[in-house]
Design a protein around this ligand. Structure first.
Ligand code: NAD
Length: 430
């Protein structure tokens, strides 16, 4: 059992803190956002993540998990400090590391004994070195410490499950002491532990996310060839995925990736590569193909509806993927903006993301279910593949819509079934 502080209680920090406490460690979760901490103290989750609320409540009750809004006083109560703050993109695409730096400074100023500082935020290669330098220049005297990189691979929507069942745990360290502490912290989890140097661990995260994003753009590029030739992307993806070297995951054609990870991590990886002297053109193309998918969906809508001015479009799904309320860099935002620019009126529904969407989207009528959303609309557009949409009563949908038109950006329906039901149905690459 270790005394741990997790700094930043967002999608990563809160899940990490709750899961580490469930493993038996004493965890203090710290966040500079006082409102968030006040909510958490009352047992209210600031994010939607399956299984999280129960885990938090259980461990708070058993006194292994607590929440604070100031770091200084808790530094000396803990030995291991995980940094899980945001690393959002700056204008030039580089990662904003000011939150990571601020935390390193604060730890150095308040520590009196050995600390292991573990970076869990997604950061460019060489950040560990900067954290170490920042620590040294802010330490009042020569107190020993270690810096480690422990990148996070959880997926929003299954974050708790992923934390307990990871494909691998990557630990980048410089000392045996740091390695042993982290091995011990994670010892109850049955997973391959990969020990590397700090730079390799940092690169594993950027390289993995970029690779997955590339796979999505690759299948989207193939879906465009399918549309031109009349081939079927679902069959092509199946045929490719049956090859064990390729695998079926991340071969779903659609409106492209979004969220707080892939878009910003790609930009940050391109930026750091350029800074280091390598022009990562491959990844620039991945981003270009991804943006093209949004525009392509809007074109499909105009191909069916012609003039968009004054037409009503029912948007089904706003979150960047199912089982999350996260709206950051969601494709829905770009697509809705493009539709509104052409004068379309938007009605929208999402099972979880509406309250976050309301803060981002303007002039959108939010409804309580997919049927009410579709009432009187000229067309329905699927932007997130929630199970709720896969199980829609399509006959009822047809009755609600002004015209039986569905443009499916996530390929959740069978084109033949839709034709049989009398829908004008457009999907991606088939
Ligand atoms: P988030 O925005 O949900 O949470 C970050 C939290 O850090 C916020 O609550 C913010 O208030 C807090 N914070 C900022 N500065 C602080 C400071 N100085 N002291 C204390 N708290 C501070 O972000 P997230 O989605 O949890 O992502 C965190 C990091 O993990 C990012 O680098 C991200 O790229 C990475 N990551 C995210 C995911 C994901 O699916 N969201 C997955 C893997 C890795």
């Amino acid at each position: 059992m270790r005394n741990i502080c997790v700094v930043g209680t967002g999608y990563v920090g809160l899940v990490t803190g709750a899961c580490l406490s469930e493993l038996g460690h004493n965890v203090i979760c710290m966040d500079s956002d006082k409102k968030k901490v006040a909510l958490l103290k009352k047992g209210v989750m600031p994010i939607y993540e399956p299984g999280l609320e129960n885990l938090v409540k259980k461990n708070v009750k058993q006194k292994r998990l607590s929440f604070v809004s100031s770091l200084g006083p808790v530094v000396e109560k803990t030995e291991v400090i995980f940094i899980a703050v945001g690393t959002p993109p700056l204008e030039d695409g580089s990662a904003d590391l000011s939150f990571v730096e601020a935390v390193a400074r604060e730890i150095a100023k308040n520590m009196r004994s050995y600390k292991l500082i573990v970076d869990k935020s997604t950061v460019p290669v060489e950040t560990g070195e900067w954290v170490e330098r920042t620590m040294r220049s802010n330490l009042k005297k020569n107190i020993p410490f270690d810096v480690a990189s422990n990148p996070e691979f959880l997926r929003e929507g299954s974050a708790v499950y992923d934390t307990f069942n990871p494909d691998r745990i990557v630990i980048g360290v410089k000392s045996k002491r740091a390695e042993n502490i982290l091995r011990e912290i994670y010892s109850p989890i049955k997973a391959t532990v990969l020990i590397t140097d700090i730079k390799s661990a940092e690169l594993i995260k950027h390289a993995s996310n970029s690779f997955l994003a590339m796979k999505i753009s690759y299948i989207n590029a193939i879906s465009n060839i399918c549309e031109i030739t009349g081939a079927n992307i679902s069959k092509v993806a199946l045929g490719m995925g049956l090859d064990k070297r390729i695998g079926r995951n991340f071969l779903d054609a659609g409106i492209g990736f979004g969220g707080f990870c892939f878009p910003k991590d790609l930009e940050a990886f391109i930026w750091i590569s350029k800074k280091l002297g390598y022009d990562f053109n491959l990844l620039k193309e991945v981003i270009k193909i991804n943006s093209g998918q949004r525009a392509m969906l809007v074109k499909k809508i105009t191909d069916v509806l012609w003039v968009l001015k004054g037409k009503t479009i029912a948007v089904l799904g706003l979150a960047f993927k199912p089982n999350t309320d996260d709206m950051r860099f969601a494709p829905s935002v770009e697509i809705i903006n493009m539709l509104q620019e052409q004068g379309a009126k938007i009605r929208a529904y999402d099972p979880e993301a509406v309250s976050k969407a309301k803060k981002i989207l303007k002039n959108v009528y939010f409804s309580k279910d997919p049927y009410e959303t579709s009432k009187g609309a000229d067309c329905a557009v699927v932007l997130t593949e929630w199970d709720e949409f896969k199980n829609l009563d399509l006959k009822r949908m047809k009755r609600m819509l002004k015209h039986p038109v569905i443009v499916d950006g996530r390929n959740i329906f069978d084109p033949q079934e839709m034709a049989k039901l009398g829908f004008t149905y457009k999907s991606i690459g088939r």
